[in-house]
Each structure stands twice: as structure tokens, then as C-alpha cells.
Design a binder for this molecule. Structure first.
Ligand code: PLP
Length: 389
């Protein structure tokens, strides 16, 4: 009698879920906070300790944890005095928050091109778009690769701040330094999909201690550290992170070095397998990045295979792989265009380089990188079939 044929394991079951399951010690820490009743960061010490840890990790003077990564960008803009009518230079190939943050405070996004080889903001194009109204530049460390924010800082006039949107790049570094040391501010996100996750959460890193205190005040009802509870030296919001979120972010931060190593190995294996099969697609590399956070794996189809992008993504999704065709270019999104026009900015800002590159790009989220060899071989086989069909 022949052996029974083993049921085929679905590919999705070979890809670990993100965030990873918590271990018992983290559950205990969470319960400890719940039982203590010290749920807010003005009472407990978890968030404050996390902030100091984030500052030390990136070698900056100050870190303030806050409600999310979108509001972290708003806080940086407000602390720098950016306001209505000011221009903020941004890339278009990014999550909405990079652009909605300036819009939400009445500042006008001005789009600049990315370098198509990396999808990171192009310093030369940024320099061309600086005007007397420019007050900020927001390079995005997309996918965990680090944009050349130091070059943008060096080329910008003194009244322009550089805010590194590092939502996807905690712990990453560039040849010019760690994130947070390249511009004036760096902002992080701990939203569930991120490499350090707490459900929701964010942080603002600051090189300058006094500016860091301004961020802290704005996120905490305009208070001054060490001042009285009802002493409001600024008109601020309540954008504090809660202590339970602090435990989750702190616990996932503990796993960051090991997880980054695993994602790095997964990236290398997928790249080698795709090259071994001769697929007309390559992962994007970022030569200036010395420590990549590997949040996403961006793939670029060769010109001849560009028309297959949507088919490849659909085939991967049908096989249970969380592939994405990537961001819409925000300069083409109707709500963004209307928001810019309402502020007197140019609604139509074509970006031929970014838009052409985006059409040939797709990505895997980090949990795909964390899968093992069997899953990676199966993923490359799905890609190969979709590219031939
Ligand atoms: C590049 C980028 N910037 C900003 C954000 C905003 O972060 P949050 O979702 O925590 O508001 C995200 C993630 O969601 C992001 O990917």
C-alpha cells in the first residue's frame, strides 16, 4: 500500500504572525501595572523609563513618548514653530501621516522626488524645492532604510528644521550617524505593524535638550517638567502614552536586536532565492544605510516585467502572503490635493520619477522576512509562476 499523501501545509501557516505572542514575563508586567492602578504615565515610571531608553539607544539628548507616530510628527512641527502657510518638503511615496501632519496644522506640503533606486527622498531634488517659505523637511526612512537627512540638514537654511520620519526605522543608522542624529528631530511609531509595537504609540527624539523639553510640554498640557500640576506654561495637548502601552513597547524593544538579525537573514535568503531563479525582480538596497531596520522588503520589477506587478501581488495574496502593491503616491490622492489647495498650495504637483518607480514596486511586511526557508522557497515559486503566466 502506498503511503498516504501528506496534506499540503498552507503557506500562510508557515509565516509567523506579528506582533509575536507575548511571553509569561511580559503578561506579568502588564498585570503588575493593571494591579498597581498606576495606569497613566504621569503616575507610573514605565513610559518615562522607556523614553530614556529610546534616547540612549539613538544617542540623542531627549525622547518623549506619545500617542502615535502621526502626532509625533505634529509635535515636532509645532515645537519647531512651524505653522499656517509655512512650506514643508515631503516625499509622496510614504504613509499618509508624513503629509497629513503638516496639513493638520495648516502647513503646506511641497512634494519632492525620491531616488528611484531606494525610494528615499532625494536630497538634490529637496534642495531645488527650498523657498523662503520652507520651514521643514521630512525625509522618511522608508522600509527601515535611512534617507540622507544629514545632507538635507547641511543644505537647508538655518530656519529650516529636518524631521526624520523614522516610524519604520527604529534603531537604524546611516553612514552619517544613527537616526535621530541626522536631523533636528526623529519620530517613531509603535503602531501594531511596527518593529517595536504597543498597539498604538509613538515618540519624538530630539538632539537638542531644550527643544526636547518643548516637545514634552506640548504633549503634556503645556506643563513644565518639575512644575506644578496646574502650571501651564504653554498651550499644549494631552498626547501622553499610557503605561500599559509602555510595557508593550519596552518588551518588544527587548526583542529588537534578535528580530532584526532574523529579518536580515530572511531578506538575504529571499534575495538569493530570487536571484537563483533568475526572476526579473530585485529587492531595493540602500547603500548609505549601515544598520537597516528591515521593516519592509521592497521589490522592484525589471522594466520588462513591470506590467506583471499587480498579478504577482494578487498571486502572493491568494497564497496567503501579505504582499502589498505599496503606497498610493500621495501627490495624486484627492483628499491630499484638496487639503493643499484649501491652504493656497499647488494641488497638482506631478512627480514623474516617484510615480514611475512606484508602479514597479511591491513589498513584503516584516513577518514574511521572519518566516523560514520552506516558506521562502514557496514564496519565490509563487512569484516565479506569476511572472511567467
Ligand atoms: C512612514 C510612516 N510615518 C508615520 C506613520 C504614522 O504612525 P502612526 O500609525 O503610529 O500614527 C507610519 C505608520 O503608521 C509610517 O509608516
Amino acid at each position: 500500500m502506498s503511503a498516504p499523501i501528506a496534506a499540503q501545509v498552507p503557506l500562510s501557516s508557515l509565516i509567523p504572525r506579528w506582533p509575536p505572542p507575548l511571553d509569561a514575563a511580559v503578561e506579568e508586567r502588564l498585570l503588575g501595572v493593571v494591579r498597581s492602578g498606576l495606569w497613566g504615565s504621569t503616575q507610573g515610571q514605565v513610559v518615562e523609563t522607556l523614553a530614556r531608553r529610546l534616547a540612549a539607544l539613538h544617542g540623542v539628548a531627549s525622547a518623549t513618548c506619545c500617542a502615535n507616530g502621526t502626532i509625533a510628527i505634529v509635535l515636532a512641527l509645532k515645537a519647531a514653530g512651524v505653522g499656517p502657510g509655512d512650506e514643508v518638503i515631503v516625499p509622496a511615496y510614504t504613509f499618509l501621516a508624513t503629509v497629513s501632519a503638516p496639513l493638520l496644522i495648516g502647513a503646506v506640503p511641497v512634494f519632492a522626488e525620491v531616488d528611484p533606486a531606494t525610494m528615499l527622498l532625494d536630497p538634490a531634488d529637496v534642495a531645488r524645492r527650498i523657498t523662503t517659505r520652507t520651514r521643514a523637511i521630512i525625509p522618511v526612512h522608508l522600509a527601515g532604510a535611512v534617507a540622507d537627512a544629514a545632507a538635507m540638514r547641511a543644505a537647508a537654511p538655518n530656519n529650516v528644521v529636518v524631521i526624520e520620519d523614522a516610524a519604520q526605522a527604529i534603531g537604524a543608522a546611516h553612514v552619517s550617524g544613527a537616526i535621530g542624529q541626522l536631523g533636528d528631530f526623529a519620530t517613531l511609531s509603535f503602531q501594531t505593524s511596527k518593529n517595536v509595537a504597543s498597539g498604538e504609540g509613538g515618540a519624538v527624539l530630539c538632539r537638542d535638550a531644550a527643544m526636547g523639553e518643548r516637545v514634552w510640554s506640548l504633549h503634556n498640557a503645556g506643563r513644565t517638567r518639575g512644575g506644578a500640576w496646574y502650571q501651564h506654561d504653554n498651550v499644549g495637548w494631552n498626547l501622553r502614552m499610557g503605561e500599559l502601552q509602555g510595557v508593550l513597547a519596552d518588551a518588544t524593544l527587548d526583542t529588537l536586536p534578535e528580530m532584526t538579525e532574523r529579518r536580515e537573514a530572511g531578506f538575504a535568503r529571499l534575495r538569493a532565492l530570487a536571484a537563483g531563479e533568475g526572476l526579473p525582480v530585485v529587492p531595493l538596497e540602500s547603500p548609505g544605510t549601515t544598520r537597516h531596520a528591515r521593516h519592509l522588503m521592497l521589490w522592484r520589477l525589471h522594466e520588462v516585467a513591470a506590467h506583471r506587478r499587480d498579478g504577482v501581488v494578487a498571486a502572493l495574496q491568494a497564497a496567503g502572503v501579505h504582499a502589498s502593491d505599496g503606497y498610493p503616491c500621495l501627490n495624486t490622492v484627492a483628499s491630499v490635493k484638496a487639503g493643499i489647495a484649501a491652504l493656497g498650495g499647488a494641488a497638482d504637483q506631478p512627480l514623474p520619477v516617484t510615480e514611475a518607480a512606484a508602479k514597479r514596486t511591491f513589498w513584503f511586511p516584516q513577518n514574511v522576512l521572519l518566516a523560514g526557508e520552506e516558506a521562502h522557497r514557496a514564496i519565490i515559486a509563487v512569484m516565479a509562476r506569476a511572472l511567467q503566466s
